[in-house]
Design a protein around this ligand. Structure first.
Ligand SMILES: [Zn+2]
Length: 257
């Protein structure tokens, strides 16, 4: 049995038994793990405020080769991102991102770049004037870092290179661009050249510069559900966190297709 220490972001917390909780976290060096926090339901002292979803913590856990679950021995709070918890829209976008990482990242597969993205995203979201913009940047980069980044070079079906003029579409089924001739039956989302260039930048810019990018009105409308629908397509299920964003009016479900 190996005792490990790592930094992590809490993705989900569930009751496990009368006294224990089941905690899923995304650790920087081991990727996604789920652990039992013994006594977490009974003794609030032991894990006080450190198991809340979206919190950044330093975890100590025991990896047990015979079990898929680790034993979470300690969780020390590094950053609770308090500003997110007092603003329902920001909290909604934070929860959405944690759910996307929870569902899209395989267990025990380290992805330090994705950890850094999620951490910086939560930091940026605390300050964000436009949380949706920050969320779209996260979604674009997250898909790219997870190997699901859309192909934005040209039409996936005929190879025609992206160029100014002509109509371009994004196909959820193909996971990338299609030209006007090949959009039929592909669940096409119209996208402007400006939006495609912005998405490309969001895939490639150094992380520290990512947050300067702005989805202007048209790009925001074009991308509002494009990336989320791509995630839903890969997962073959809906995302629970969207409900909160619908309820508070941050997103309109009718925008989606
Ligand atoms: Zn084509």
């Amino acid at each position: 049995m190996a005792i490990r220490r790592d930094e992590a972001i809490i993705l989900r917390t569930r009751d496990y038994s009368e006294s224990d909780r089941l905690i899923t976290f995304f650790s920087r060096n081991q990727g996604q793990l789920t652990g039992i926090a013994k006594g977490a339901r009974r003794s609030k002292k032991r894990f006080v405020h450190t198991l809340e979803p979206c919190s950044h913590v330093a975890v100590t856990y025991v990896d047990r080769p015979t079990s898929g679950l680790v034993r979470l021995d300690a969780s020390e709070l590094k950053n609770a991102f308090i500003a997110l918890r007092s603003d329902i829209a920001r909290l909604g976008y934070a929860s959405l991102s944690c759910e996307i990482v929870l569902e899209m990242s395989p267990e025990r597969q380290a992805n330090a770049a994705l950890f850094d993205l999620l951490y910086q995203y939560l930091e940026q979201l605390e300050l964000a004037v436009e949380p949706e913009n920050t969320s779209l940047l996260f979604q674009t980069r997250m898909l790219h870092l997870s190997g699901y980044g859309p192909n934005l070079q040209g039409c996936i079906l005929c190879g025609q290179k992206l160029r100014a003029g002509g109509n371009w579409f994004f196909s959820i089924l193909q996971g990338g661009l299609v030209c006007n001739d090949h959009k039929h039956g592909q669940q096409p989302y119209p996208v402007s050249l400006g939006t495609v260039m912005l998405l490309r930048q969001a895939q490639q810019l150094p992380l520290a510069k990512l947050w300067r990018l702005r989805f202007q009105r048209q790009s925001r409308q074009e991308c509002r559900f494009l990336l989320i629908d791509l995630v839903r397509h890969y997962l073959e299920k809906d995302l629970k966190s969207l409900k909160l964003l619908y309820q508070i009016g941050a997103l309109q479900p009718t925008d989606s297709r």
